[in-house]
Design a binder for this molecule. Sequence first.
Ligand code: SF4
Ligand code: SF4
Length: 734
Amino acid sequence: MNFELIKESGIERLPMWEMYGGPLWANTRWIVYGLAALVVAVFIYGIWQRVKAYRMGCKSEGALAPLGARINELVRYAFAQLKVLREQYPGIFHLFLFWGFVVLFIGTAITVLDEDIWRLLTGHKFIVNSVYVFVSFMLDLFGVLAVIGLGMAIFRRYVLKPKGLDNQREDATLLVWIFVILVTGYLTEAARISVVAQVKGPQSISYEAAGFLGYILYPAFKGEIWHKLLWSFHVLISLAFVASIPYTKGLHIFSTMASIFTHSLKPKGKIIEPIPDMMARMEAGEEVELGYKRIEQFTWREILQLDACTRCGRCQDQCPAFNTGKHLSPKEFIQATKQYWLTKWAAQRDANVELSAPPAEGAAAAPAADKNLLLKSEVAFVGDETAKGFVDSAVLWDCTNCMACMNACPVMIEHVPLITAMRRELAMEFDDTESACKSFFKNMDTNANPWGWNPGDRAKWAVEMGLPTVLDNPDYEYLLFIGCMGAFDPKAIKANKAFVKIMQAAGVNFAVLGEMEMCCGDSIRRLGNEASFQALVGMFKQTVQDCGLDPTFAGKKLVTTCPHGYNCLKHEYPDFGFKWQVVHHTELMAQILKSGKLKLKGGNGHTAVLHDSCFLSRYNDVADEPRACLAAAGLKVVETERNRDRTFCCGGGGGRVWLEEHLDEAQGIFRINNVRSDEIIKTNADFIVTACPLCGMMFDEAFKRPTMEKAMEGKKVVDVAELLADALVEEKTN
Ligand code: SF4
Ligand code: SF4
């Protein structure tokens, strides 16, 4: 044997460097230092190139502040992996892998610190005696967890083959690479222990038992050659892995953390931003960029999110459009957009264009020679058949804005704002909309309601009921915003009347807008027609002002039965100067119940199943309140498999309620409302309850299918308010 052991604190071991004789082994320290420096340089260069590619985008306001809240997000979602753990099997293996790697990285870092810095500075090491035993044990323990995690990942990807995962070469490369690093690490340990045991006898290595993997395996190795080979191989592939990170799927270790750190901290319901000063700029004849069609319009944060997508498929698994056979897969949408970005980046980098400075606002569009276009519909628009578009219009129009994708994404990618930004381009620039959408836009523009009906009829039932308007009762506490469905749809009118009955029974001081009310504009905005939306908001404001009222509604409360209106009025109207406080009718009813102002009949043993509206439960975390109302009405609440923030969409959000939904069951294309109603009917509840007029409308159709006839016998589709109103015994007035 051509080496010497070193003895520290009674432990004899191989030195970390200069292990063996000969020019190569006597200089391992300097060889590895040199390689490590090269690796760091390659790594930093790769990261810098990626950052430059992110900077193709424009500014992203507030993406780094407030720091405390962002660190909190990082701890919760990157380190504690709270979202990853929502799915048990992949959650557990990813947690094992992540923490296995973190601990192994920390272990390697403190070993280097101990040997290459601390010992050189002080002449002593701190990883000795019990510290050595503890470090050895922890590294083996977490290494085993990482190997188990890796095995589970491989089994899932290649044996279980879940639908959401597509297997590409980069996935297999990453898994095999990590596996080889882990395994050779422990084999190297075993070979090292074997060398010491050969020289000093097995009794001299009892302290190595803490590093149980190497200790168990060491009898399998004989001779220093194994240690030399394994050590060299392990060091080289580990260094190569680090160098490769910015250029391979390994980058997700950092890009996902950056995505989590920088994601939007605004309320979930506020995901759509207005085009700044759109109307004023358009009126001034300024050219306004309407939607996304160039990479320079994306913010750097949005580009970073594209890069952070790991193709895990969780968004796709939850997407109602994908799960009913439509064109849209949120995962593929993100990937297609990412491909567009990478293609643009490669083209500009190759052309050696300076990308460090984002283009000034209103900068000229991409050069005409550019054949890589974000939207496929632009290909026809520019009339160049050799051009390539990346995102299909059909994909964008399929989205119901249900936000299930964003709710599921473990790295906080925000699909819906991107889809909306691209829809704006289709709707306002390319006129790439189906005929139903065109009619909807026209009706909204002419009569401020989806059907184009006489706006004078909006207040019809409210007038018939003698409800006070804001002009009759300016000191109202709550403004009841009836909404288009509440004004014209018989089912929604019924729900609103029931809610009025409850407010009257509880003595709530409320008023309606009467003929001043217009559509809130949620659907038209989500269908991409921002110009009409902003015009509508402006018109409403002007009307209110013309009637001598404060158009900001400062200090006033607004209540509505429609979650779409609720979300839009609560989170989006404040961008246009509105200062009201908005609640959903289920929130107000729950509040009234708590105050004890209602006297209700006891239960009669009936069951009720609540369909959670996406815009209520997922966008605004309102899920307990409607259930509390049902319980108070004496009903036993039963649940569908997917409920609360994991609810399955009815298919009506994002303006889809006004469009045609393609149905071809033979080809595996189903209607979303039918799929959800099939799920709901399985609960066999007496009442199928909604808290949203759009859901009510979508289900009205789905539950009236001939196939539902038998199952629906004795059952009813109703709004929460109707059940609570039916349970009223008497009013307790002041
Ligand atoms: S918002 Fe809903 S429909 Fe749209 S992509 Fe996400 S999951 Fe699919
Ligand atoms: S967008 Fe998010 S959930 Fe969807 S595949 Fe990418 S990382 Fe997974």
